[in-house]
Design a protein around this ligand. Structure first.
Ligand SMILES: C[S@@+](CC[C@H](N)C(=O)[O-])C[C@H]1O[C@@H](n2cnc3c(N)ncnc32)[C@H](O)[C@@H]1O
Length: 186
């Protein structure tokens, strides 16, 4: 990754942590991925050559930049959804600053309603919104996934109760391998 882009991501990491520490309203926090998790996702995209990516939960675009950077290196595209207009405006600005805006379609709306209207196919889906609605989104997406799709979700260990229904839904899909990966940011 170019130094300039790595510097932008480091700035976003610091600014996101500062913002979240002083913001009492959970809905207004950025809640960005840990750097190691975002890096792992980008490695997965590049190494398995994923080109039709869907992200549910954009926030200010931190993880979207990692995904878009990886997707662009192999000619891919990202669709990213968030219901918060203000955060999407930040994501728009951050993606422009990263030089990756052309790789990403940002969609504002409730994720379950939005995915119902998406065409697909998707070969990489990253669930990082409210977790409780993820099972409904998964059900709506099933017919729009490639046979080798990678389904990823954050917070399997940090929010076990909220994500339980989603994890059960994935485990119930007989054709999928299922794994929880503990990630330590060092
Ligand atoms: C954990 S943050 C996403 C962080 C982002 N992936 C990153 O690493 O920078 C979750 C985001 O999902 C959005 N969100 C939560 N529930 C949603 C829903 N049902 N539909 C659309 N967006 C939702 C929130 O507005 C919030 O910005």
């Amino acid at each position: 990754m170019e130094t300039r882009l790595r510097q932008l991501l480091t700035e976003l990491e610091k600014a996101g942590r500062r913002h979240d520490a002083q913001e009492p309203d959970h809905a207004r926090k950025m809640l960005n991925l840990e750097q190691a998790t975002a890096h792992l996702l980008s490695i997965m995209v590049r190494s398995s050559r994923r080109t039709r990516l869907l992200e549910i939960g954009t926030s200010n675009g931190y993880s979207t930049i990692w995904l878009a950077w990886a997707a662009r290196s192999i000619g891919g595209q990202v669709i990213s959804i968030d219901r918060d207009e203000h955060k999407l405006a930040l994501a728009d600005a951050n993606l422009r600053q990263a030089g990756l805006r052309d790789v990403v379609e940002l969609i504002c709306g409730d994720a379950t309603q939005v995915v119902a209207d998406l065409t697909g196919p998707f070969d990489f889906v990253f669930f990082d919104a409210d977790r409780l609605s993820a099972p409904s989104q998964l059900a709506l997406l099933l017919a729009k996934l490639t046979a080798d799709v990678l389904l990823l979700a954050d917070n399997a260990l940090s929010h076990p109760q909220e994500i339980a229904a989603y994890l059960s839904a994935v485990q119930a899909l007989p054709q999928f391998d299922y794994l929880v990966i503990p990630i330590v940011d060092v």
